[in-house]
Write a protein that binds this ligand. Sequence first.
Ligand SMILES: C[S@@+](CC[C@H](N)C(=O)[O-])C[C@H]1O[C@@H](n2cnc3c(N)ncnc32)[C@H](O)[C@@H]1O
Length: 348
Amino acid sequence: MISNPAESTIDSAGGETQTDLNIATVGSFPKPKNGYVLPTGSAEHLRLDLQHEAPKLVQVALSPTESHQRYILDVGTGSGRWAVEMSENFPNAKVLGIDTHLPSVLGDPSRPVPSNCSFKIADANCDMNNLDSMFDIIHQRCVEPGINDTDLFFYESARILRPGGVLLSVGANPQLIDTKGRILPIQKPGDVGYSHYQHMLGYLLEIHLKKGPFRIRHAFWKSMLESNPNYNQVKIEQVLVPLGPWPGMGETERKLAETMQQNLLRLWPTFKAILERDGGFSEEFVHNLSEGGLNELREVPPPVRSYSKWVFTMAVRNENPWTAQKEPWQEPPGFDMFDYFVRPLPKE
Ligand SMILES: C[S@@+](CC[C@H](N)C(=O)[O-])C[C@H]1O[C@@H](n2cnc3c(N)ncnc32)[C@H](O)[C@@H]1O
């Protein structure tokens, strides 16, 4: 249980909340007028410009052409639903979903897979050069934890993207974050603002770092793509999505908040299992931490108004001949991972 909600409650004033990250929050806006729930400030307008550009670029990349068959690749397709919907929306294109596991849509007779959609078992870390098409769109959503070297993945994607083809990457960071994009720190158990949830995330990060390689790099996607000679028109948008509904939310934001709450509740057993398997903690400790986190997640309104960060990136394959990665990507000087992830409590 978080012991002092007031301490950690975010301020919800003003639609102009801006940080260096150019975060457009769905939570930071003035009281809605005429039922319109989204913000109206300049940060939001940047987001809208991106939203305006993205479908245009995708539509251009997928417009019917006599010269070649259009191809779409969905990397880490999961259930396969994105691939199926894209094949329905773009019947002139052929969609390939790849994953290390078979997608569940293949076993769902209620929703037959369209003939222009197919799936293949393939690993984004080593099989990108075994795909025999040139793609107009490459999409990956939330596959980052399974990609060893995202910079290399961007290079490999460029190799199989047509000039003008679009790379779309989506990443999520489930940290508890305030409206200014700041990570809510872990407090000591019993201290004001203590959150089991945030404490658990701290341990999960420690486990991820111990196992290596460290993969959660979406904070650097923009600089990786901008320094990649194969791309231009790099755009990134970071959106804070509220966790759990609280009073005063408009309908859209409430739905978003409830969806995110349900999403995390379903993710919770996985978090718990990782802690049990790799954390080296006692069963009782994991049980208490997990139950505490679950109670926080289930509480409506939540004890702390917080957000998770979603990162949307796109880049266009330029006309230049493909250039391979010359050396592994380096973290920029002065990089402190705890600017992006919650800092674990110091060991006692
Ligand atoms: C969190 S799910 C996201 C699924 C889907 N993209 C979505 O947004 O609904 C991540 C998926 O990526 C797959 N995956 C993880 N690492 C992968 C890799 N190296 N190559 C291919 N697929 C991978 C997992 O099997 C899982 O289905």
